[in-house]
Design a binder for this molecule. Structure first.
Ligand SMILES: [Zn+2]
Length: 437
């Protein structure tokens, strides 16, 4: 079907040089770890850019369990330092650290934990980080939970790629009890594995401070005819090893560009566009969780669909994660057919970005992501020092923004009957049964 408005949007988007310059500006802010100057610079920048679309930007303060590191080190018995990057919220050790043997569990799958169950208590468990976007992926926090259950003294997760530095991530402790948890690199893991074989202890030190933190959710409403919303979201925050360029400078820049391109045409749309820029996503989705959990039912009910943009470039293949809403697969395929592109879908709910909190509240929600099941793509560098702007091709970011615009526009204009049908679920989803992993 020929849609004049959509063509106008796509033409505006293709001509919008700010898609790329916003992406660069976000990278220039640094890694944007929540609680840092880098994050507040990025939020200020995003707020300014939203206000240029329409001045009525809402800034909602949201609390989360903050944490900052004071000292962290991983050392061999002879004092040789290894790569050590504490996970967000890592439980503190005593100031001198904890000295213990290593228990190398390889990948850290359930069978690895099972086969060495009696060796884990009191030791430092070593597992490998995995490519995050695949059906087989076992999340770091599940491995950490198994280590805690079995009485490990600490948790070390290693980058599986040589020469790529340590990995980052959240421990998800959120101010509760946990164990010291750090990321390391491939080469250090080799040494740790050798220490395991030789039964020689190593020292893990992680000293940090918990505090009550606050960050912002930025939102902008661009109304259509009906008082209901298609929510376009992206998270501004990241980790401080690099520029958080792919994850998620790409998503924020694309969300801003899609909003700019749609804004002049919304008076003709059936429903409105709400742009939500979250932070503390890397802290167990704390920003979007608070935003949705504390919202009045009526306002939540007016949100018809969430299109969440997280890690849109770094590979040229895009997948929509459709959160157990089967009708969303048809929705995505309709958009792909009309655009004459290939767009994959993956239906099982994945608690790996802010769309999860919408889905959990009964709002059809999808995450658009690059590189699903493509472990050799540059996406493998997210959460490491390799998440830098050079991994992002301008053409991939433009193409992804175009697809995001098509997904959003369909939601803005489809009939009431069609939009209501999106809420239908085949599988029964128990809210709260699956925490962010
Ligand atoms: Zn992300």
């Amino acid at each position: 079907m020929f849609d004049k408005d959509l063509i106008e949007i796509l033409t505006a988007l293709a001509a919008d040089a700010a898609l790329w310059s916003d992406f660069i500006a976000l990278c220039d802010c640094g890694g944007r770890r929540a609680g840092t100057e880098s994050e507040s610079r990025a939020l200020q920048f995003a707020q300014k850019r939203l206000a240029e679309i329409k001045p009525s930007v809402r800034v909602e303060r949201v609390p989360y369990a903050g944490w900052r590191v004071k000292e962290a080190a991983l050392t061999l018995a002879d004092g040789t330092p290894l790569a050590c990057n504490p996970l967000l919220g890592s439980q503190s050790t005593a100031s001198e650290g904890v000295v213990a043997e290593v228990c190398d569990l390889g990948r850290g799958a359930p069978e690895d934990f099972e086969s060495r169950a009696s060796d884990i208590r009191g030791r430092l468990v070593l597992v490998r980080h995995e490519y995050p976007f695949s059906a087989q992926h076992i999340h770091r926090r599940r491995k950490l939970a198994w280590a805690i259950e079995r009485g490990a003294a600490g948790f070390i997760i290693a980058n599986p790629y040589p020469g790529a530095g340590p990995v980052a991530g959240s421990s998800g402790r959120a101010g509760q009890h946990g164990i010291p948890a750090v990321g390391t690199d491939y080469e250090s893991a080799e040494r740790l594995s050798q220490m395991n074989r030789e039964h020689r202890p190593v020292r893990l030190q992680s000293v940090g401070e918990d505090y009550d933190a606050e960050t912002s959710v930025l939102s902008l409403d661009l109304p259509g005819h009906a008082p209901e919303w298609i929510v376009l979201s992206a998270h501004v925050d990241g980790h401080d090893l690099a520029e958080s360029a792919m994850d998620n400078g790409t998503g924020v820049a694309a969300a801003l560009a899609v909003a700019r391109a749609c804004a002049p045409l919304l008076a003709r749309a059936r429903r409105g566009l709400r742009v939500c820029l979250f932070s503390a996503e890397e802290w167990a989705l704390a920003g979007s969780k608070h935003y949705l959990d504390t919202m009045k039912d009526a306002e939540r009910n007016d949100m018809r669909l969430n299109v969440n943009l997280d890690t849109l470039a770094g590979d040229d293949r895009l997948t929509a994660l459709t959160s157990d809403y089967p009708k969303l697969n048809e929705y995505v395929q309709d958009v792909a057919r009309a655009a004459r592109i290939t767009l994959n879908t993956y239906q099982p709910i994945m608690a790996n970005s802010d769309h999860y909190n919408f889905a959990r509240h009964g709002i059809p929600a999808m995450r658009l992501v690059a590189g699903f099941d493509r472990p050799d793509s540059d996406i493998r560098y997210i959460l490491t020092r390799g998440d830098t702007r050079d991994k992002v091709r301008r053409s991939d970011l433009s193409a992804a923004a175009g697809i995001a615009a098509r997904l959003v526009w369909r939601g803005l204009t489809m009939s009431d009957l069609e939009i209501c049908a999106l809420r239908k679920k085949l599988t029964y989803f128990t809210a709260g049964a699956v925490d962010k992993l």
